[in-house]
Design a protein around this ligand. Structure first.
Ligand code: PGA
Length: 257
């Protein structure tokens, strides 16, 4: 049984004050949440991590970073380490988001280093993979997924692979209002799961959670969640408002896996 996981990626939105307001609102809306059935993760900007962690302390809601650097400390201006994220109250960290690949030159090797660093300090990595529109149109979706997944997991043992979360995020669906159809999402998730089987074993394939990301909204979450290989969602735009994010969480929780 894979536990549903809904994460909110706040990207570069929310000042500390706004982040406290949003997390307080979510805490009020989600206080009845069955945390044994669903994991909820809030990923604010670095500056607001500690405050958000304080607000959701003892609620069962988790906090995650949006990136990390793979070394523990050093002369790396602008970077933040896994140890620092842990200290700020994080349990999760997003790695290899398409915006990082697109705007900050992140590639498989760096994603792999970051994933290992996250695991070594006890953070659960949410590794993002997914094709661009031109790649989909050229029939290369599965090639891209294979490259992203094998690149991210390179050198990782099965016991560590079991600890990760994968987010399938077709780049053409991010922030565009165009969601992948449930069928397209299921097809990609199934491909990733089969690939995990090939790379590792049945246990890894059946236990690793695969989230879908890309214009997830309260009105499309249920249908996505009904797909057998969709275990949750990584939500951008709709995670910035109490109403839409709590609605997504509640609707996802209603879909029995
Ligand atoms: P979106 O973003 O929900 O705004 O499409 C998803 C993401 O980038 O994780």
């Amino acid at each position: 049984m894979r536990k549903t996981i809904i994460a909110g990626n706040w990207k570069m939105y929310k000042t500390i004050k706004e982040a406290i307001e949003l997390s307080n609102g979510l805490k009020r809306e989600l206080f009845k949440l069955d945390t044994a059935a669903i994991d909820v993760v809030l990923c604010p900007p670095f500056t607001a991590l500690s405050e958000v962690a304080e607000v959701v302390d003892e609620t069962g809601i988790f906090v995650g970073g949006q990136d990390l650097y793979w070394l523990e400390e050093g002369a790396f201006t602008g970077e933040v380490s896994g140890k620092m994220l842990k200290e700020s109250g994080c349990s999760f960290v997003i790695i290899g988001h398409s915006e990082r690949r697109q705007f900050f030159g992140e590639a498989n090797e760096g994603v792999n280093n970051k994933l290992k660093a996250a695991l070594s300090c006890g953070l659960t990595p949410i590794v993002c993979v997914g094709e661009r529109l031109d790649e989909r149109e050229a029939g290369k979706t599965f090639d891209v997924l294979k490259s992203h997944v094998t690149g991210a997991l390179s050198g990782l043992l099965a016991e560590d692979a079991l600890k990760i979360v994968i987010a399938y995020e077709p780049v053409w669906a991010i922030g565009t209002g165009k969601t992948a159809t449930p069928k397209q999402a299921q097809e990609a998730h199934k491909y990733i799961r089969d690939l995990l089987h090939k790379l590792y074993n049945q246990e890894v394939a059946s236990e690793v959670r695969i989230q879908y990301g890309g214009s997830v909204k309260p009105d499309n979450i249920a249908e996505l969640m009904r797909q057998p290989d969709v275990d949750g969602a990584l939500v951008g735009g709709a995670s910035l408002k109490v109403e839409s994010f709590s609605e997504i969480v509640k609707k996802a929780a209603e879909v029995l896996k």
